[in-house]
Write a protein that binds this ligand. Structure first.
Ligand code: FRU
Length: 510
């Protein structure tokens, strides 16, 4: 008996079904990530609300990104931890929701560590536990007028962050009577073989230590009289950066409101950490990103000496009102942090991760020319879509880079020599009626000295990230044009000498 036709009969519908599903799935994905203003270069969740990046950990060649997520609405609500993974920090796979709210409350921001020494005892059968340390925010406590409704809890995963078990002894760090007591960032302090928790406690940072991630002892506090205090302190991070073989410690502290261009922003302190105390002689306030839209960012854990930062590309002033559908918010591009010394002062410089080079289309390059008006649109055929523009000059003079569209809308990024400031001006960039102050020009000081300047812009269809002077001054801004910005023009009131200009279209990541 010949079974072949029988088999074929069964096979053909199966193949057809598979084909239909895959094309349907493809189409669905295509539509889903092609909505107006959907970032093509940045991570964003499929739908609904997202804020802070959480639990960023590098483990088994995979970068994990968890995030504050409310899957039932496009505005903030009961917080979950969403989850995504990446091999290259450019392309992301969505994973199932990692942590759900429970009887102890919503799951607020926190961190994840790879417990390679099994200090917690959660590791089993040779499997390293990923341990999440997060804030349980009890909404009932909050509503009843108590102040001790935020506590720190832990959960662990033995399957690379896919499923999580909450510890039965939660919370592991109880609220001592502080209204804002949250956002634990935990790291391993090798010299004393202990975990350090850096915690935002209202107007200062508190440091705790633990041998097993379950029992925590308070070590010290920092910051009541340091830095900017225009709002509550949130989402800290503590890590060393290398200066010629010497560890210089950096403390990131997000603050809301009170940022340099209103609302949310992240300041940093340079200092020393001895396993107990963080100290700093810094007298000026330093901002990791002066733009209006980089908040609550921290670094990946378990990446050795490399420190890779990612922020939430939003501002609490208007994040719940931005005109996107069916999702709200995106993350910044990942940035590698390093130390730079200007005079006797240390600064943190941010540089876009190099992996974008792998997904850059062949560049348009122009070298050694002088101009007052240089139109890239004439030179580059494919301006639409995400792109990177780099410009080097040995003159630091007033200039602007104008991104514009067919509707006469524009966003202007530039440098004002008289004020010695970089800026992003989105006053004519499209939809802005959702928040009154959205059109205000954002400014940032030029920190670099000398005449050489090198800047890079990462341009997406609803955001721009400026890395000026090799990432010493950084600005991130979002905008909502009514049509894509497909023209780029460099303008200068006096002739500007450009050493080199490089433009790459970057591949869409979705
Ligand atoms: C920062 C923040 C955190 C908190 C979380 C709640 O944006 O307010 O302090 O844990 O968002 O979603």
């Amino acid at each position: 008996m010949n079974l072949f036709p029988m088999k074929l009969c069964k096979l053909i519908p199966a193949v057809l079904i598979c084909f239909c599903i895959s094309t349907e799935a493809q189409q669905q994905k295509y539509k889903l990530y092609r909505e107006p203003h959907r970032p093509q270069l940045h991570f964003s969740q499929k739908a609904n609300w997202m804020n802070d990046p959480n639990g960023m950990v590098f483990f088994n060649n995979t970068y994990h990104l968890f995030y504050q997520y409310y899957p039932d609405s496009m505005v903030w609500g009961p917080m979950h931890w969403g989850h995504a993974t990446s091999k290259n920090l450019v392309h992301w796979d969505h994973e199932p929701v990692a942590l759900y709210p429970d009887s102890l409350g919503y799951i607020f921001s926190g961190s994840v560590v790879a417990d390679v020494n099994n200090s917690s005892g959660f590791g089993k059968a040779g499997k390293t536990a990923l341990v999440a340390i997060f804030t349980h925010h009890d909404p009932k406590g909050d509503a009843s007028g108590r102040i001790d409704y935020q506590n720190q809890s832990i959960a662990y995963s033995l399957d690379e962050g896919r499923t999580w078990t909450k510890y039965e002894g939660n919370p592991v760090l109880k609220n001592p009577g502080i209204r804002d007591f949250r956002d634990p960032k935990v790291s391993w302090y090798e010299p004393q073989q202990k975990w350090i928790m850096t915690l935002a406690t209202q107007d200062r940072i508190s440091f705790y230590s633990s041998k097993d991630l379950k029992q925590w002892t308070k070590e010290s506090e920092f910051g009541k009289d340091n830095g900017a205090h225009g709002g509550v302190w949130e989402c800290p991070d503590l890590f060393p950066l290398d200066d010629n073989g010497r560890d210089v410690w950096v403390l990131l502290v997000s603050i809301n409101p009170g940022g340099p261009n209103e609302g949310s922003a992240t300041q940093y302190f340079i200092g020393d950490f001895d396993g107990t105390k963080f100290s700093s002689n810094q007298t000026t306030t330093k901002w990791l990103d002066y733009g209006p839209d980089d908040y609550a960012g921290v670094t990946w854990s378990n990446t050795g000496k490399r420190k890779i930062f990612l922020g939430w590309m939003g501002n609490w002033l208007y994040a719940t009102k931005v005109p996107t559908y069916p999702w709200r918010s995106a993350m910044t591009i990942p940035r590698e942090l390093s130390l730079r010394k200007i005079g006797t002062e240390y600064y943190v410089a941010s540089k876009p991760i190099e992996n974008y080079n792998l997904f850059a289309e062949p560049p348009f390059i122009a070298e050694s020319f002088s101009t007052t008006k240089f139109n890239l649109t004439d030179k580059v055929k494919k301006l639409k879509g995400p792109a990177r523009l780099s410009m080097a000059s040995d003159q630091i003079k007033t200039f602007s880079i104008v991104l514009s569209n067919s509707k006469g809308e524009k966003v202007v990024i530039g440098y004002d020599q008289q004020a010695n400031q970089y800026y992003i001006d989105r006053s004519e960039a499209g939809i802005h009626d959702f928040y009154n102050g959205f059109t205000k020009k954002s400014v940032a000081p030029r920190i670099a000295q000398g005449n050489d300047t090198y800047l890079t812009l990462f341009i997406d269809n609803a955001s721009v990230e400026l890395f000026a002077d090799n990432g010493l001054t950084v600005m991130t801004g979002i905008f909502f044009p009514n049509d894509d910005f497909t023209n780029i023009q460099i303008e200068a009131p006096e002739t500007l000498k450009i050493k080199s200009l490089k433009f790459n279209r970057l591949q869409d990541i979705w």
